[in-house]
Write a protein that binds this ligand. Structure first.
Ligand code: MGD
Ligand code: MGD
Ligand code: SF4
Ligand code: MO
Length: 652
C-alpha cells in the first residue's frame, strides 16, 4: 500500500510517498507530481522509514524529584498535575514554547491556551527565535511582510544568486536542485558570503570568505558600486529612504570592504561587476547572517541591497512549520490577529479576555527572568540553546512540561513528559518557508497512547473551566477557525486543504522602504586570550539536535563526526594529528574534543557540527544576543585551544 504525506524536517516541506508492507512502513519514495521537490527530495526525507519507530516515548512520564528516573503515569494523572500547576501559577512566570515541527492547528491551540486561558504573554516558538527572527524583523520593516516574498521557482529565472551565510546544498537540498538546474540550463552565477568553504560555496563563482560578522561592509560596498554605475531600475529612486541610504553607504569603497571583510580586492570587485551586469538577481540569507549580535544591521544592509536591485527574495525558513508557527501568533510581541493593537478583535473572536501585553522571548525566559513553569512543545533547549549549563539549571528548578516524541537531553530535567505523535502522524496543516499551506496528510497512524498539542491544550482548558472555548472535535475545525482569525490566511480555503490541495497564505509585498544600516563594527574579535574563531554549521545528514536523524542507519554512515574540525594546514603546523584530544575554551566554558581535518574550515577558524550530543557545542556558546530579537550569537565565538596546559595560537 502507498500513501502520500509531507516530510517532517526542513522548511521546504516536500510531499513524499510512504510505502507500507503488511501494515509496516517500509520505504519513503519521491513523489513525482510534488511541486516542491519536483520528484527529487533529499536523503533525510527518503530515510524517514528508518527513524519513526525507534526510541519513542509511549506513555506520560512523571518525575517526582530531580535526578530520579521518571515513572509512567496515566494521561488523567499527568494532565491533572499539569492543570493543577498551571492553575496556581503566576501567568507571568509561565513560558510556553510552540514548535515549527508541529502543525498550525497545534501551535494555534497553544497560543489560545497561553493568551486566552492562562493570560500568559510569554509565548514563543523555538525555531523562529533561534534562527530567522532577525530576518523576519527586517523583512517586515523593508517589505511590510513577515515572510519571504519570493517563490522557489523564481530561482529558475535568475541569472545571479547571492547566498549570504546559508548553505542550501546541505540544508535546503530541493532549493539547491533548482540552483544547479538554472546553472546548467542558462549559466546562473552564484556569489556566496561565508567564511567556511561550505558545500554550496564549492559551487560558487564568487566565494567571498568574509571575516565572520563583517558582512555589512561587503553589502554596502556592492550598493555603492551599483549606485555609482546607476545599475538599478529608475523607479527605485522613488522608494522612501533612498537618499538616506545612498548617503549611508557612501564610505564603503573597495578598500574599506576588503580591509574589514578580509576578502581579496579583485574578487570583491569581480563580484560587484557580476552584480551590475546581471539582469535578474535573487538573494537568500541564513544562519551565517542571523546568528550574530549585529545581525539586524547586517540584514538591513542585505535587504537594502536586495531592494536596490529589485531582487527576488528566496530565503528559506528552517523547520517545516516555523513560518506557520509565527503566523499562528506563537510570538511574544504579536497576536494571531496581527499587531498587539488588534487585541480587542481577538478577544471578541475568542470570547476570551486578551491583554495587549508583550511577553518574553524564550531566550529572555531562560536567561533574564527564569520561569516557574516551562511548557515546551517539540523542542530540546538543553541541546539547542546557548549556555546549556544555565538552561539545564532553569529547567531543573522549574516545573518543566515537555510535549515530546523522543526522550532527549531536556527530558532529563522535565517534571512531566507528555508523549506526542511526530508531524507525519498528524492531520492538519503546515506553512512552508514559501508560505505555501499544505495538508500533512497523516501518512502514519499514531499509537493510541499519544496525544497531540491541540488535544492537550483542550484537556487543560477543560480542567480550568474553559472547555466551551476549546470545543473542537477534529483538527479541521481548528483549521476553519484559524483561517478566519489570522489575516494572512483569510483567503486560504480549509476545504481545499482538507482535500489535500495546496493553498497560499498572503505573500504580497505591502510596502518598500530603505532602512539605512548602521555599521557598529564586528560582533566579536580575536584577542590574545581567545585567538581562534569558532563557528557551528550543519550536516546534510543530520537534523538539529539529531534526535530523529540519529536513528537512521543510512544517515549514520556518513562521515560527519562529533569532532572539532580544523584546517589541515593548521593541524600540520601545530604538530597535531587527527584524533588528538584538544581542550577548546570559550569565555563561557571548556570542552575536550578530538581534532579532525577539513578543508571546509579556513585557517584560524574552528568548526563543529552542533547536531551531535557528544560535542555539547552549545555548552561553549556565551550568553550573547542580538538585542532587538534576542537571537543568540551561535556563529562567531572567540576561542582558545590548549594541549597539556599549553595555549596553541593560529600559525602565521
Ligand atoms: N550551535 C548552534 N545551535 C543552534 C543552531 C546553530 O546553528 N548552531 N541553530 C538553532 C536553530 S536554527 C534551531 S531551529 C534550533 C532548534 O532547536 P530545537 O527547536 O530545540 O530543535 P531540536 O533540537 O531538534 O529539538 C526538537 C525536538 O523535537 C522533537 N520532535 C517531535 N516531533 C518531531 C517531528 O515531527 N519532527 C522532528 N524533526 N522533530 C520532532 C524531537 O524529538 C527533538 O527532540 O536550534 C538552534 N541551535
Ligand atoms: N540537513 C539539515 N537541514 C536543515 C537543518 C539541519 O539541522 N540539517 N536545519 C533547518 C533549520 S532549523 C534551519 S534554521 C536551516 C538553517 O540553514 P542555514 O541558514 O544554511 O544554516 P547553517 O548551516 O547553520 O549556516 C549557514 C552557513 O553559514 C555559515 N557561517 C558560519 N558562520 C558564519 C559567519 O560568521 N558569517 C557568514 N556569512 N556565514 C557563516 C556556515 O558555514 C554555513 O555554511 O536549515 C534547515 N535545514
Ligand atoms: S528535509 Fe527538506 S528537502 Fe529534504 S525531503 Fe524533507 S522537506 Fe524535502
Ligand atoms: Mo532553525
Amino acid at each position: 500500500m502507498e500513501k502520500t504525506g509531507l516530510c517532517m524536517y526542513c522548511g521546504l516541506g516536500c510531499r513524499l510517498t510512504y510505502v507500507f508492507e503488511r501494515g509496516q512502513l517500509r520505504k519513503t519514495r519521491p513523489l513525482k507530481q510534488d511541486p516542491v521537490s519536483l520528484g527529487a527530495p533529499c536523503i533525510k526525507g527518503l530515510t524517514l522509514h528508518e527513524v519513526v519507530g525507534k526510541g519513542r516515548i509511549k506513555r506520560p512520564l512523571i518525575r517526582k524529584s530531580p535526578w530520579r528516573p521518571p515513572r509512567e503515569a496515566s494521561w488523567t494523572e499527568a494532565l491533572d498535575l499539569v492543570a493543577e500547576w498551571l492553575k496556581d501559577a503566576d501567568p507571568y512566570e509561565v513560558a510556553i514554547v510552540a514548535s515549527g515541527k508541529t502543525s498550525n492547528e497545534d501551535v494555534y491551540s497553544l497560543v489560545k491556551l497561553a493568551r486566552g486561558v492562562l493570560g500568559t504573554p510569554n509565548i514563543d516558538n523555538c525555531c523562529g527565535r533561534l534562527c530567522h527572527a532577525p530576518t523576519i524583523l527586517v523583512l517586515k520593516h523593508i517589505y511590510g511582510i513577515p515572510a519571504s516574498p519570493g517563490y522557489l521557482d523564481d530561482i529558475n529565472k535568475l541569472d545571479l544568486l547571492i547566498l549570504a551565510g546559508t548553505n542550501p546544498a546541505s540544508n535546503y537540498p530541493v532549493m539547491f536542485n533548482r540552483i544547479m538546474w538554472a546553472r546548467k540550463r542558462h549559466g546562473l552565477k552564484i556569489i556566496t558570503i561565508d567564511p567556511v568553504k561550505s558545500e554550496t560555496a564549492r559551487y560558487s563563482d564568487y566565494p567571498l570568505a568574509v571575516r565572520p560578522g563583517s558582512e555589512l561592509v561587503v553589502f554596502n560596498y556592492f550598493a555603492k558600486v551599483i549606485i555609482e554605475n546607476r545599475a538599478y531600475p529608475d523607479h527605485i529612486e522613488q522608494i522612501p529612504g533612498f537618499r538616506e541610504y545612498t548617503e549611508a553607504i557612501r564610505h564603503f569603497d573597495l578598500e574599506v570592504a576588503s580591509q574589514i571583510s578580509g576578502v581579496d580586492r579583485s574578487l570583491l570587485a569581480k563580484a560587484a561587476e557580476a552584480i551590475i551586469s546581471a539582469k535578474s538577481v535573487g538573494v537568500a540569507n541564513g544562519m551565517g547572517l542571523t546568528q550574530h549580535s549585529n545581525s539586524v544591521e547586517s540584514l538591513y544592509a542585505f535587504y537594502n541591497l536586495a531592494l536596490l536591485l529589485d531582487a527576488k527574495v528566496v530565503t528559506g525558513r528552517g523547520e517545516i512549520n516555523v513560518q506557520g508557527a509565527g503566523d499562528m501568533g506563537a510570538l511574544p510581541d504579536s497576536l494571531p490577529t496581527g499587531a498587539m493593537e488588534t487585541y480587542m478583535d481577538l478577544s471578541k473572536l475568542w470570547d476570551l479576555p486578551v491583554e495587549p501585553i508583550k511577553g518574553l522571548t524564550i531566550t529572555e525566559a531562560f536567561f533574564h527572568e527564569p520561569m516557574s513553569i516551562y511548557m515546551l512543545s517539540a523542542m530540546n533547549p538543553a541541546h539547542s540553546m546557548p549556555a546549556i549549563d544555565i538552561v539545564a539549571k532553569r529547567l531543573e528548578n522549574a516545573f518543566t512540561i515537555q510535549m515530546e516524541s523522543y526522550y532527549n537531553e531536556t527530558s532529563e530535567y522535565s517534571t512531566v513528559i507528555l508523549p506526542t505523535p511526530l508531524l507525519i502522524e498528524r492531520d492538519g496543516t503546515i506553512t512552508t518557508g514559501e508560505r505555501r499551506v499544505r495538508s500533512i496528510g497523516r501518512p502514519l497512524e499514531p499509537a493510541a497512547s499519544l496525544r497531540r498539542e491541540w488535544i492537550i491544550a483542550k484537556k487543560i482548558a477543560e480542567r480550568l473551566g474553559y472547555g466551551d472555548k476549546f470545543s473542537y472535535e477534529t483538527t479541521w475545525s481548528i483549521t476553519r477557525e484559524y483561517t478566519t482569525v489570522v489575516p494572512a490566511y483569510r483567503d486560504v480555503s480549509p476545504i481545499a486543504l482538507e482535500k489535500g490541495e495546496d493553498q497560499w497564505a498572503d505573500k504580497t509585498i505591502k510596502r518598500r522602504r530603505f532602512r539605512p544600516p548602521v555599521f557598529r563594527g564586528l560582533d566579536a574579535e580575536r584577542t590574545r586570550g581567545y585567538p581562534w574563531i569558532l563557528t557551528s554549521f550543519r550536516s546534510s545528514h543530520h537534523f538539529l539536535s539529531n534526535e530523529a536523524t540519529s536513528k537512521s542507519q543510512t544517515l549514520s554512515k556518513f562521515p560527519e563526526k562529533p569532532f572539532l574540525y580544523m584546517n589541515p594546514n593548521d593541524i600540520k603546523c601545530l604538530g597535531l594529528r587527527e584524533g588528538d584530544k584538544i581542550r577548546l575554551c570559550t569565555r563561557h566554558a571548556c570542552k575536550e574534543l578530538p581534532v579532525a581535518a577539513s578543508t571546509k574550515v579556513p585557517r584560524g577558524m574552528l568548526g563543529v557540527y552542533w547536531h551531535f550530543k557528544e560535542v555539547e557545542y552549545n555548552k561553549l556558546v556565551p550568553i550573547q544576543f542580538e538585542t532587538r530579537t534576542m537571537t543568540p550569537q551561535y556563529k562567531n565565538v572567540p576561542a582558545r585551544l590548549e594541549i597539556n596546559g599549553k595555549v596553541l595560537y593560529p600559525c602565521r
